[in-house]
Design a binder for this molecule. Structure first.
Ligand code: ADP
Length: 501
């Protein structure tokens, strides 16, 4: 394999281009009209247009992507995450075009993509699953019977689900029929498949997942766990490794269960088995057959470059990793920097990036997909980039993250960064007392981003004026003997309400 087409955008496309570069592979990017000037386009060795901004006319167009692959004469296709990454038909089409799909076999993707089939596979491999319905629900009577067996509360989930869509929590039997209709409708709209199944809804679980790597020949290793309990709308916002709730013995048990399951399907490439952990017991919820957004925390604690490992396995170079050689060092935390307004229920925000300051220093990593002038619209996922830190201990990592979040400046589009800075300083979070309900249980964290538009404009104008004045006078306030806190005028003007705890 000498060249790779990256069928994705944003920070993950940038991440994959970098991995290709380091391995000496030619990288070929694709882009929509909205991403003409995006970082992944400039960083790749080549870039090809797919079409207009909507994903249905660009990043989801398998035919156009394969046409670019042919024209650019690539050897492999990396799907990233989201978009086409878990479409078995895409993996199959790539292979039928004589190219290497950088991921597992199409059959593995389809088996795992059907959540109810995946539960069966796991049960057969001896992995504990959340108590639930065997197979999809037939009708309202069937749902009522099964829910009674499982015991309320229950959760309805889309068989083809992902991203928390088509998921409905049902507290009692009176709500079931209506929830079933709603879940089916949502699943049909989101995935083109209205099938749903039932699970017991655990009341205070943690989300813990195990990272796997397999060579497709039955060799599988695990790279420890990630704790992803801080979520909004059943979607992750902060991830860390190791989990403060996982002992070495529990890590071994979860790791072995995950490896066992992956070995049984001769898993190839990087994958993740997601579990819920409650009262010391863990239960399988789903497998993701692709690289995950939160993969960097595992990279930082294990020293294994997961994207390079994907490329090596795909090229047939095998794993070159023994389970016993995988050591866990220190603590890593990732914060997803999204264009969202936490004060308004995490509503997506739009705008143009007018000012950008990226933090740095020891143990600080930025995986970003934006640059100055980037326009953030509603066509794509709101993830702008990820701030990841590594330090010897959890406390040191959280201190480092708090400082890095304070240093990050994204102006022109609202982000959740200052909200996250409050979370990583909050007492329960610091104590590691987490569940998937953490954010709902701490509603006051959402206060504090409430500056009015007039205030924002006034502060931005002040910052711009100060900066211009400093540049003109060639003398900073400090040089004139005036007191400042040593930060740029953007931070001194804009930080007081948004950054400081
Ligand atoms: P998706 O594929 O849509 O992301 P998942 O099955 O991965 O759905 O679940 C996403 C999140 O939803 C979990 O991290 C957890 O917070 C919540 N969740 C899912 N299943 C259950 C359950 N049985 N009990 C409690 N919470 C659940």
């Amino acid at each position: 394999m000498n060249s790779v087409l990256i069928a994705n955008r944003g920070e993950i496309a940038v991440r994959i281009v970098r991995a290709c570069r380091e391995l000496g592979l030619r990288s070929v990017a694709v882009y929509s009209d909205a991403d003409r000037l995006a970082p992944h386009v400039f960083l790749a060795d080549e870039a090809h247009r797919l079409g207009p901004p909507p994903v249905s006319e660009s990043y989801l167009r398998m035919d156009r992507i394969l046409e670019v692959a042919r024209r650019a004469r690539v050897d492999g296709v990396h799907p990233g995450y989201g978009l086409l990454s878990e479409r078995a038909e895409f993996a199959r089409a790539v292979e039928e075009a004589g190219l290497i799909f950088i991921g597992p076999a199409p059959e593995t993707i389809s088996a795992m993509g059907d959540k109810s089939e995946a539960r069966d596979l796991m049960r057969k491999a001896g992995v504990p699953v959340v108590p639930g319905s065997e197979g999809p629900i037939e009708d309202a009577d069937d749902a009522a019977r099964r829910a009674d067996e499982i015991g309320y509360p229950v959760v309805l989930k889309a068989v083809a689900g992902g991203g928390g869509k088509g998921m409905r929590v049902v507290a009692s039997s009176g709500e079931l029929a209506r929830a079933l209709d709603a879940a089916r409708r949502e699943a049909l709209a989101a995935f083109g498949d209205g099938a749903v199944y039932l699970e017991r809804y655990l009341d205070r679980p943690r989300h813990i997942e195990i990272q796997l790597l397999g060579d497709g020949r039955g060799n599988v290793v695990h790279l420890g766990e990630r704790e992803c309990s801080v979520q909004r709308r059943h979607q992750k916002l902060i991830e860390e490794s190791p989990s403060p709730a996982v002992s070495p013995a529990l890590r071994r048990a979860m790791g072995e269960a995950a490896v066992q399951a992956a070995r049984s399907v001769h898993y190839r490439g990087a994958g993740t088995i997601e579990f819920l952990l409650q009262d010391g017991d863990f239960y399988f919820i789903e497998m993701n057959t692709r690289i995950q957004v939160e993969h960097p925390v595992t990279e930082l604690v294990t020293g294994v470059d997961l994207v390079q490992a994907q490329l090596r396995v795909a090229a047939g170079a095998g794993l070159d990793l023994e389970q016993d050689a995988i050591q866990f060092r220190g603590h890593a935390v990732e914060c997803r920097i999204t264009a969202e307004d936490p004060g308004a229920g995490f509503l997506p925000a739009t705008g143009t990036v007018r000012h950008l300051e990226i933090p740095g220093g020891p143990g600080v990593r930025w995986d970003g997909g934006i640059t100055l002038g980037s326009e953030v619209g509603l066509h794509y996922d709101p993830l702008l980039g990820k701030l990841i830190v590594h330090a010897p201990s959890r406390n040191a990592a959280l201190d480092r993250m708090a400082c890095a979040l304070d240093e990050l400046v994204v102006q022109g589009v609202q982000t959740c960064a200052s909200f996250l800075a409050r979370v990583v300083r909050e007492d329960d979070f610091r104590a590691g007392d987490l569940s998937t309900h953490y954010l709902e249980e701490h509603p006051s964290l959402r206060d504090g981003d409430s500056a009015s538009e007039a205030e924002i404009v006034a502060l931005a104008a002040t910052a711009a004026h100060l900066e211009a004045e400093w540049r003109r006078s060639a003398e900073t306030p400090r040089a004139r003997g005036e007191a400042t806190d040593g930060l740029s005028p953007w931070r001194t003007a804009v930080a007081p309400w948004s950054k400081r705890p």
